[in-house]
Design a protein around this ligand. Structure first.
Ligand SMILES: [Zn+2]
Ligand SMILES: [Zn+2]
Length: 269
């Protein structure tokens, strides 16, 4: 079946590799039919002082032009322009409006920060010991449900259980948190993704966990697949495995955003 990835990164941030052109060329070569290029949306200096995790605000125009050029160069593949937008909750310090996102057909909604702390940053891991795993898990899902229920322009909620990245699992059964997340996402009418990059981290499984993915399926939340590639060679990594995970969770189709802002369904074979 066709391969899709709706979550990818480039050298527009200081932690990604490869130009937009190289990324899209690699996707086309790997047989991908739809790719969304979703660079990290600019953060303030307070959150990203050295411009490591996000794209500089002054580069957004250049980024949009690069995606447009890649689309023109590769008519054999659908290229969607997107971005990955951090949910900062009460700590939001940017003056964002919906117009800022009118050029993006896909906006990934991500929770990388809980109470100003980038909990998935290896350099700031010590705080896990200070706060405690159980408390962080509860707070993460509380913030995630706030994000999904907000009026932020998110189309797809990215890596829904990113909190497990380091493999720190709670002492309690997270199922009630999963049910809350699924209900909130269904009520908001947003999509989720299976993010294949989880396999590369200490948690050793894709995001979301099978039980959370099944809860999304039962709630009727549409699901797509993103590789979260930060280098062209990883653009198609794990896509077919993600489809199998979706099928095991009960999904019969993969929902794929389209460049005109719509969605299409691809049957999982
Ligand atoms: Zn992310
Ligand atoms: Zn990402």
């Amino acid at each position: 079946m066709e391969l899709v990835t709706t979550h990818t990164h480039t050298c527009f941030t200081n932690h990604g590799e490869g130009t937009v052109g190289e990324l899209v060329a690699a996707a086309a070569a790997a047989g991908v039919s739809t790719i969304a290029v979703t660079e990290h949306y600019p953060l303030s200096d307070a959150f990203d002082p050295v411009r490591y995790v996000s794209m500089g605000a002054e580069r957004v125009g250049e980024y949009l032009a690069a995606v447009e050029a890649a689309r023109a160069a590769h008519p054999e593949i659908e290229v969607i322009v997107g971005c990955e937008l951090d949910w900062l909750g009460d700590d939001e310090d940017r003056d964002l409006s919906h117009e800022d996102f009118s050029s993006f057909q896909v906006v990934l909604g991500s929770v990388h920060f809980v109470d100003h702390w980038p909990f998935d940053d290896p350099a700031q891991r010590d705080r896990w010991d200070e706060v405690g795993v159980d408390a962080i898990w509860r707070r993460y899902f509380e913030v995630w449900c706030e994000a999904v229920s907000s009026d932020a322009p998110f189309t797809i909620m990215a890596h829904p259980d990113l909190v497990k990245k380091f493999g720190f699992m709670p002492s309690f059964d997270p199922q009630p948190l999963y049910e809350q997340a699924a209900e909130a996402c269904a009520a908001a009418g947003r999509m989720v993704e299976v993010n294949t990059s989880g396999l590369q981290y200490a948690c050793k499984e894709m995001f979301p966990a099978p039980a959370l993915l099944a809860a999304f399926c039962r709630a009727g939340v549409p699901c797509t697949v993103g590789t979260d590639a930060h280098a062209p060679e990883h653009v198609a990594r794990g896509i077919e495995q993600a489809y199998r995970l979706m099928a095991q969770a009960g999904y019969r189709t993969v929902t794929v955003p389209t460049a005109d802002g719509g969605r299409r369904e691809v049957t999982i074979e």
